[in-house]
Structures are given as structure tokens and as C-alpha cells.
Design a protein around this ligand. Structure first.
Ligand code: ATP
Length: 216
């Protein structure tokens, strides 16, 4: 069997917040195409910072990558904006879901298709999201603020899927959810990986669940 292609290569990065707070030093990792890689660690270990470095969301937190390199399919991506990265298929699902509270579930999902021009493709994508998350379909007209934590997490993942991503950076999806919901959620992640070929980099404190789902 041939070795899988490397989709993402993080090589010896250092991240500093506010010009002085050194948070990451010499962090390297690789994510193979079509894999699920888990990034494990407790509170404050630097998982979110690693994901933000990849998706280039550090600037909004007064952080910066000051050493090392990050490549997607061999191309350096450190200088690409988060929007450019979404166009290249890299999307982050942030810790804490961040659904638009006053929009319905369906409106939230459609915001994920904002950058896409082909309306028919967006409609097909929406149906695909509903096929993986049937509970979102039944709650499509509910305001996100009035849905459960599990539904909001599914909505946040569904919204990311609306960009038609190749790599999803998934930040602590299990946070604050009941074990049964976490299990259901991870099952869907595994399904998306196997059936749709979506690659995941998954930051988690829930080591047991993450390792059941991840290849690395
Ligand atoms: P958690 O599970 O709590 O989200 P984490 O592993 O994702 O933890 P990070 O959020 O990356 O960890 O935080 C790593 C360290 O960086 C922590 O010590 C945190 O206090 C610090 N940190 C995070 N964001 C900032 C910021 N904007 N400014 C300064 N320090 C920060």
C-alpha cells in the first residue's frame, strides 16, 4: 500500500500573542489527505492556537506565527487570508459553535455557502448536510438561539460543510455536550470522513472519544 499524500504540513511553528506571550514553540504535525488527526491536550495546552495559526485567525487575537511554516498540498499558506483559505478548502469550526443566534438553523447553514456562486450546488450541498444531520432538517426554521447545544454544534459543522471543504479544523466539538450526543456527533464526523473524503484535524480534551474516531 502506498503512503497517503500529506495534505497539511505544520513545521516547527512558534506563536506569540501581544508580541510577548510565547504560547507555541516548535510545533510540528502532519495531516494526511483523507485522514482524521486528533490534537489532544488539556485546558490551555495550545490546541486552539494551533488551529488558529493554520486558519490564519490569529491576527484578530493579537497573535502571530513568528517562526516555522505551514503548507497545504506543498503550498505555503501562512500569508493567505482566512477567506482565501476557505476558497482553498480549509475551514475552521470554532470552539463554542458561534452560530448566529437570531438566524434560523437553515439561514445559519446558508451563510456557509456565502462565497459560492452556483445556487444549485449550494441547494444540493444543503440537502447533503441535512442527510448527515437529519435533526437539523426538522429544526430548519428554529432560531439557533433556541436550539440545544448539540444542535448548535451540528449547525456549526454543517455550516462549515457548506463551503465544500477538503480540510475541517474542528475545535473541541464535545465541549459541554452529553456523552450520547458526543457519540452521535463523532459518528457523523467519521461518516463524513469515510463517505465524503473530508479530512479532519480535531482538537479535543475528550481523549477517549477522539481516539475512537481518529486515525492518528
Ligand atoms: P482550551 O481547551 O482551554 O481551549 P487550548 O489547548 O485550546 O485550551 P489555547 O486556547 O490555544 O489552548 O491557549 C493556549 C495558551 O495561550 C493559554 O495559556 C492561553 O491563556 C493563551 N492565550 C490564548 N489566547 C490568547 C490571547 N488572545 N492573548 C494572550 N494569550 C492567549
Amino acid at each position: 500500500m502506498s503512503a497517503p499524500n500529506i495534505l497539511l504540513n505544520v513545521n516547527g511553528i512558534e506563536v506569540i500573542y501581544n508580541h510577548v506571550i510565547l504560547v507555541l514553540k516548535g510545533v510540528s504535525l502532519q495531516v494526511p489527505e483523507g485522514g482524521i488527526v486528533a490534537l489532544l491536550g488539556g485546558n490551555g495546552a495550545g490546541k486552539t492556537t494551533t488551529l488558529r495559526a493554520i486558519s490564519n485567525l490569529l491576527a484578530g487575537e493579537r497573535g502571530a506565527v513568528t517562526k516555522g511554516s505551514i503548507a497545504l498540498r506543498g503550498e505555503c499558506i501562512e500569508n493567505l487570508s482566512p477567506a482565501d483559505l476557505v476558497q482553498r478548502g480549509v475551514v475552521q469550526v470554532m470552539e463554542g459553535r458561534h452560530c448566529f443566534a437570531h438566524l434560523t438553523i437553515e439561514e445559519n447553514l446558508l451563510t456557509g455557502g456565502y462565497t459560492r456562486k452556483n445556487k444549485a450546488e449550494v441547494a444540493r450541498n444543503l440537502e447533503k448536510v441535512y442527510s448527515y444531520f437529519p435533526c437539523l432538517k426538522s429544526r430548519r426554521t428554529a432560531q439557533a438561539a433556541y436550539t440545544s447545544g448539540g444542535e448548535q454544534q451540528m449547525c456549526a459543522i454543517g455550516r462549515a460543510l457548506m463551503t465544500n471543504p477538503s480540510l475541517v479544523l474542528l475545535d473541541e466539538p464535545s465541549m459541554g455536550l452529553a456523552p450520547q450526543i458526543v457519540e452521535e456527533l463523532f459518528g457523523i464526523v467519521k461518516d463524513l470522513n469515510q463517505k465524503e473524503g473530508v479530512t479532519f484535524l480535531l482538537a479535543e480534551q475528550n481523549t477517549n472519544m477522539a481516539l475512537q474516531c481518529a486515525d492518528y
